[in-house]
Write a protein that binds this ligand. Sequence first.
Ligand code: ADP
Ligand code: MG
Ligand code: ZN
Length: 460
Amino acid sequence: MEVKIGFEVHLQLRTERKLYCDCPTNYAEVPPNTNVCPICTGMPGAKPMRPNRAAVEAAVEISLMLGCRVRTGEPLHILRKHYDYPDLPSGYQRTSVPLAVEGVLEGVRIREVHLEEDPGQYDPVSGTVDFNRSGIPLVEIVTEPDLRSPEEARRFLRLLTRVLEYTGRVRPEAGGAMRADVNVSLEGGGRVEVKNINSVKGAYRALKFELQRQAERLRRGQGVSRETRAYLESQMITVPMRAKELEEDYRYIPDPDLPPILLGEELVEEVRRRMVEPPHLRERRLVERYGIPLQAARVITSERELADLFERVAGEVDPLLAADWFRTKLKKVLNYLGLRAGEVGFSAGQLLSLLKMVESGRISREQGELVLRELVRRPEDPERILLRLGLSPLREGELEELVGRVLEENREAVQDYLGGRKEALNFLTGKVVGASGGRADPREVVRILRERLEGLRGRD
Ligand code: ADP
Ligand code: MG
Ligand code: ZN
């Protein structure tokens, strides 16, 4: 049975000011109803200001990241979408016609991108409304129904949020600002739209539930009617909300208080020039350019700042070593401290000198991890951190010297190794570690020894 899934995803744009007034947007940090004015509370007679330019540019950038064609040179109307709810005092929400159309993200077609405004926040228990959020710019992204399973849908939503966060133009999903409507149908049944989804996990669970419910009904010959359902996060189920409104129910009309938006080619080109490389393309480029595993590239590109940091060190140290440290150790420390890569205080140079110490075998991996943890917590030159931790690393080049000496002094073992007796490597490793007074990392010693020995072989 063919499954079709499509999304309408809403995210808040990160702007200083609201969309049609000058109120600030830090709604979560201030007391209720303090970031408000007659415009964003829909007072009679209050006229909206022209749409916030930063919001329009953000929507254009997001459209371009999603490979959309921006509709330049034609008037793009802002519509009033009417409905009644306590969080919407004017009785309508302003929503633009599509600003961009026909994009694609990893094989999923993007139908269109709109600019919208957030309503206020209604608390049905106390019956109060907080209008701080009212008028915050939103971008709505509508996909074609190209997804075929909850797993695929989840992967897509993760990628989409990653792409959008990369632009730096949306509020991070972690802040709970993502809202999605999930449309899902099975062959032979009507399409169901599930609302109230506010996380990737929620979307996945709602889809799992909904597909099972629909399949069951079809199996019993009960049919699936077209409807809108709500997802109940706490119970992980969907329940009927209402029969789907017809388009006319919203009584869309162009807002007579606002001139249409007109997007110029120059603006689009300017945004395109400034735009960052999208993460899914960057991921591929990192794999090709540095020869690192896809898994590592995926983790590294999960945050733009992490990828930037990686690229600053990857040219100067073995990229495989760097990738491994990023994917496992650095990511682990950041997660543990609840830090995003953009928040770290150390410099690329400091991280680089740490990785070089590890690469050259001056310190062991375990010591390196200790230093890394300190580097994230209290950024400082790694050499100083070593002192602070009371670690005594090998001098620059000391390990190479030790290896050279041990090879000189144990020619017999060297010949054994070259003759095919691989155990000789363990013997030599033991000698080097011993000579270092136990400070050398055996794994590094093995690596360097092997390199030197294979080099000798080449000369025969
Ligand atoms: P509406 O006008 O009801 O909002 P749209 O045609 O604009 O409907 O589509 C809204 C969403 O529904 C889109 O994300 C689209 O991908 C999805 N969709 C359309 N047809 C189907 C279908 N048969 N099964 C699942 N999703 C669908
Ligand atoms: Mg719709
Ligand atoms: Zn306002």
